[in-house]
Design a protein around this ligand. Sequence first.
Ligand SMILES: C[C@H](O)[C@H](O)[C@H]1CNC2=NC(N)=NC(=O)C2=N1
Length: 119
Amino acid sequence: MPVQSCDTLAKKKCLPCEGGVDPISPEQAAEQLEEFPGWRITHEGKRIRKEWVVKNFTAGMKFFEACAQVAEADGHHPDLHLEGYRNVAVELWTHAIGGLSENDFILAAKIDQLPIDLK
Ligand SMILES: C[C@H](O)[C@H](O)[C@H]1CNC2=NC(N)=NC(=O)C2=N1
């Protein structure tokens, strides 16, 4: 996958993924993440993750609702974490291939454009 800007990726739509393709390599993922401030690679290169501290629990839930809208529109879904009532994390990976695909970076770009009430 060639390195793309967040803007370019945010204009794309996730494609249905039923498996049968190789995940993006950790090296390619690291290169692509240079375009994504605040995101990092986890799980030996199989996921990407970003964390925020939001104003309060409601702000976290509102952010998750906005993430849900984007996920449902694109048919690709994040893992959402809300701990300690305001520590929010989003993890993205393509379950069908057990690793990262372009879909994960498309969704990350769209999630980064969502409103979020920070602490
Ligand atoms: C057909 C459709 O692409 C699949 O059911 C989708 C749904 N959402 C998904 N979300 C994520 N993160 N990974 C998947 O493999 C996935 N598969």
